[in-house]
Write a protein that binds this ligand. Structure first.
Ligand code: UD1
Length: 338
């Protein structure tokens, strides 16, 4: 069965392609390589023994998207990762984010709406909850006003899909709200490749560990949490990738209860920034240089998932611990720096 993975050379996309191929799906990747490299294909092939089809294509080119679906009329499922994701950049360049993340989504949904039947998985984010009032966060927690154009594209993206599904019975969609993805494939053949200075905690830690960054700045230790640093739900990227496969299988097997569904994808466990640092020190055997600095504007105190719905409906549960995920991130970092 043929599946399109947009952004399939990216961090979460590439790990999902591996899991799809392991499950026997025939994968076609579209990626514009704006934030990824064609070399990732070699890693995917090394792990799975199979090279996915790949087309370098910019989803903003509407006519090329139409042409692509004419040539690949047998695509039955689409997993849509391709999007811009830097929060700060989105504040400076809102139109770029609305064009990249919303414009392309509309083109894709138009193409899928033409089909007799199609299955669509959307990369959403726990960012839609903002600072939720209750922990752990359930899917019915209210969506809060977005802190950035990036966050807004995830909220709007979900609304666009929901509204389209209402009038398109042949379109079946699931939005997966990711908590904080981290780690790399255990083979260290693929992993996260941040461009420039990493904005996210885990790649900043591993780059500091390997000597690429002088020290980590911990953004605030005066939050009302057990050690004063922010709490997040760090989900291993391979677990997250597997959630996409089971979500797609649910749609293909017509087990979905409604033609638009939303699931949290996290571990259900919150870790503080200092606990993540401790995990790094444990698995690497290295002391991490860090200092406490002021809070980062826009950061929320805590976010971790209630994963009951995904456990019960998708039959999915995260398998790996924070230490195991951290070990994979550290192995990957050392490999790419050598
Ligand atoms: C960030 C984005 C969020 C996006 C998510 C997914 C921001 C404000 N939020 O979430 O919209 O959906 O990534 O990738 O960018 N930290 C440090 N020092 C650092 C980096 C991070 O102390 O150098 C802390 C942060 O304050 C936070 C935690 O580590 O408490 C995790 O940060 P990060 O990896 O950026 O993820 P989020 O802020 O949860």
């Amino acid at each position: 069965m043929k599946v399109l993975v947009t952004g399939g050379l990216g961090f979460i996309g590439s790990h999902t392609v591996v899991e799809l191929q392991n499950e026997g799906f025939e994968v076609v990747i579209i990626d514009d390589c704006s934030n990824s490299s064609e070399k990732v294909l070699e890693g995917i092939t090394a792990i799975t023994g199979k090279s996915p089809l790949f087309e370098k294509l910019d989803l903003k080119e509407k006519s090329l998207v139409e042409d692509f679906f004419k040539r690949h009329h047998d695509i039955e499922g689409v997993i849509h990762f391709a999007a811009s994701k830097a929060v700060g950049e989105s504040v400076d360049k809102p139109l770029l984010y609305y064009e990249n993340n919303i414009g392309t989504l509309v083109y894709l949904l138009k193409e899928l709406s033409k089909k007799d039947r199609s299955s669509f998985i959307f990369s959403s984010s726990c960012t839609v909850y903002g600072q939720a009032d209750k922990m752990p966060i359930t899917e019915d927690a209210p969506v809060k006003e977005a802190e950035s154009p990036y966050g807004n594209t995830k909220q709007m993206g979900e609304e666009i899909i929901r509204d389209t599904c209402k009038v398109t019975p042949n379109l079946n969609a699931i939005a997966l709200r990711y908590f904080n993805p981290m780690g790399a494939h255990p083979s260290a053949e693929i992993g996260e490749l941040p461009i420039g200075i990493p904005q996210n905690l885990v790649p900043f830690i591993t780059q500091t560990g390997v000597g690429l960054r002088e020290e980590l700045s911990v953004f605030g230790d005066d939050y009302p949490t057990r050690d004063g640093t922010c709490v997040r739900d760090y989900i291993y990227v391979v677990d997250l990738a597997k959630a996409h496969v089971v979500a797609l299988q649910r749609l293909l097997a017509k087990k979905n209860k409604a033609n638009y569904e939303v699931f949290n994808v996290g571990t259900g466990k919150g870790s503080t920034v200092l606990e993540v640092i401790k995990s790094f020190e444990k698995v690497s055997g290295k002391k991490l240089k860090y200092k406490i600095v002021a809070r980062r504007p826009g950061d929320i105190t805590a976010a971790y998932a209630d994963t009951t719905l995904a456990n019960e409906e998708l039959g999915w549960k995260s398998q790996y611990t924070l230490d195991e995920a951290m070990k994979s991130a550290w192995d990957w970092e050392q490999k790419i720096r050598n």
